[in-house]
Design a protein around this ligand. Structure first.
Ligand code: AMP
Ligand code: FE
Ligand code: FE
Ligand code: ZN
Length: 276
């Protein structure tokens, strides 16, 4: 059965597979459309575009996932089909990369202040030049015996009130949407449940503001969503004439399967027709 996946990560950010390896996996799992949407970086896209040319039947979609400044929850904005060579896009990304680097230095320092000693070098070699993030620090903490599984680490470190918590400086929603549109991509709210809204009415209000700024779609099919939430997000997307997206948010170190948004839940193939 043909499958699609519009949200995947690689070693360019915090995924475990190289772009080429991710695309091989996509082909092996019968995907005909696959997007790479790394956190705040486009570094994997050149390699993926090149490599996808030699893959029969796989359409590669260059994308990005911005962490957007938002007071109440975690706002991730995916851009699909971007021209990643756009100059404003590349400039912004260089700036965000620098901010991520400074943050990780501060995270390691704060851990040290709490007698948790991991070396920055170890984090760098874990990241191998990728856009640095908490997952790289988390993997080093795991390797050094500070937890048994990754989720333990994210419970005990680098979150509010715990050692190593340093807030991330993020791009504004306005700027992120504008950049994606400038680079001819489609701006989509990723896993909208992570916005932590109070109720559906509250979500619709947030959504209306986003639409005014140029938002074009929402990721309805996401592993963070219950079946019930998937249904409501779908209804709301239709109500506001928004595109419906779906992705596994594949990183390679959790339970995700490419082409699925949960156990036995295939990302509906038909949604690709809205994009092509
Ligand atoms: P950062 O952008 O540096 O704040 O890191 C955010 C990333 O950390 C997310 O995209 C996830 O990949 C990862 N992450 C956050 N919370 C968890 C968790 N509880 N378990 C595993 N990975 C997590
Ligand atoms: Fe991630
Ligand atoms: Fe995300
Ligand atoms: Zn993601």
């Amino acid at each position: 059965m043909k499958k699609i996946d519009l949200h995947c990560h690689t070693t360019a950010s915090d995924g475990l597979l190289q772009p080429e390896e991710l695309l091989d996996l996509a082909v092996a799992n019968d995907l005909t459309y696959c997007a790479i949407t790394d956190h705040d970086t486009i570094d994997g896209l050149d390699a993926a575009i090149q490599y996808s040319k030699q893959l029969d039947g796989l359409n590669f979609i260059p994308g990005i996932e911005f962490s957007v400044d938002y007071p109440h929850g975690s706002f991730h904005l995916v851009g699909l089909g971007i021209d990643h060579t756009n100059e404003q896009m590349t400039e912004t990304i260089i700036n965000l990369k620098e901010k991520r680097e400074t943050r990780v230095v501060r995270i390691v320092k704060d851990l040290e202040n709490h007698d948790i000693n991991i070396s920055l070098d170890e984090v760098y070699s874990e990241a191998k030049g990728a856009a640095l993030g908490r997952p790289h620090v988390a993997r080093v903490l795991l390797k050094n015996g500070y937890g048994n599984i990754l989720s333990d680490i994210f419970e005990n470190f680098m979150v509010k009130g715990k050692p190593g918590f340093i807030k991330k400086e993020k791009i504004s929603l306005e700027k992120a949407i504008e950049l994606i549109i400038l680079s001819r991509g489609i701006p989509i709210i990723a896993h909208p449940i992570s916005l932590n809204f109070q109720n559906w009415h509250d979500f619709e209000n947030i959504l209306q503001d986003c639409i005014k700024l140029g938002l074009q779609g929402i990721e309805v099919y996401a592993h963070m969503h219950t079946d019930e939430e998937v249904n409501v997000f779908k209804k709301i997307a239709n109500k506001y004439n928004l595109l419906i997206s779906g992705g596994s948010d594949f990183h390679g170190d959790k339970k995700e399967t490419i082409g699925y948004y949960g156990e036995n839940k295939i990302i509906p193939f038909d949604i690709i027709n809205q994009f092509i």
